[in-house]
Design a protein around this ligand. Sequence first.
Ligand code: FES
Length: 380
Amino acid sequence: MTASPPAPLSPEALRPALLPFGEGTMLPSQAYTSAEVLAWERRHFFAGTWTCLGRRDALAPLGSTQVATTVGDIGVLLSVAGAGPVEAFANTCRHRGHELLGAGETSTKQAVVCPYHAWSYDLSGRLITAPGFREVASFDPETHGLVPLPVQEWHGWVFVNAMGTAPAFAEHVGALEDLVAPYEPETLVLGATHQYVVAANWKVVTENYHECYHCPLIHPELCQVSPPTSGSNFDLPGMWVGGSMDLRDEAETMSLDGRSPGRPLLGVDPRVVLYLGLFPNLLLSLHPDYVMAHRMTPLAPDRTQVECAWYFPPVADGASIDPSYAVEFWDTTNRQDWGACESVQRGLSSPHFRPGPLAPNEDAVHQFVTMVARGYEGRG
Ligand code: FES
């Protein structure tokens, strides 16, 4: 994260969250409830860092060459020409700023024409035509292409830095690359996708993901296949937080009966599940036989869209196996989590809420909270 103006939160309110583990608390309530804070986060956490937009194949439906989306608070035009690299541009015409495509729109054409005065750009963002400017001697089309934005494909997912000011993606990911690479997510096939809207702030969802202190009370199915006190957390370079949990001796994977009808992934620990959160919006769960990804988009201070997708090793014809064993397990667990997150959101919206201390096994939550609080202070 680069240095940025501080968030609209007082230094006094943030101080308890920045204390060392064992003394630190969760963030102040305004961090989860304020529209002003969310507006700041959209600009500096989502547009200002590397936000995951999803998988390349899902982003660009068959035949699409351009896709308009919003990253944080900035309009982005993705260009996906054939099998070539994804390119990203500001969705802002170089004439007077009209959007080239509306957010969510796609195109299958080889050029995009601005709907306002018909300036047109090719898939590389180069200006092709600007009606009426041929006779203007001082006008140079070469200097009026779309503004390019940093984009990165990583193990099948596409990330954009919409402000164009973030450190290099390799620095952002840091040592997470070494943990994710053996699972080769880019080779896996989508088995299922669920869309959820959770009535809670995106950080409440993240914090819940990073601790299993709550598991004995609300996740009986999970505790049957994975001891809630097992595993440990990582403290390695990069803008991510995460840890591992073990499978019980009799369990092959995270499923309702502990059995896996799937194919094991080669070269990964068959007794461990990794839970990794890449700031700001991608949560990865890496199992011995499948990968699950939660991608979050904040809709409001108290509403978050969560896309949950499951990926499996391909079978002979390139399709996925029946994903229901993993989907049923995690859909049950997800809904238990969403219920808890929504209750937390209601509780911390109370005028009587005070940021509470973090338990000895909430160290990953402390890492995340510290990362957020440092970002709020503009320290990156
Ligand atoms: Fe795009 Fe005028 S604003 S052509």
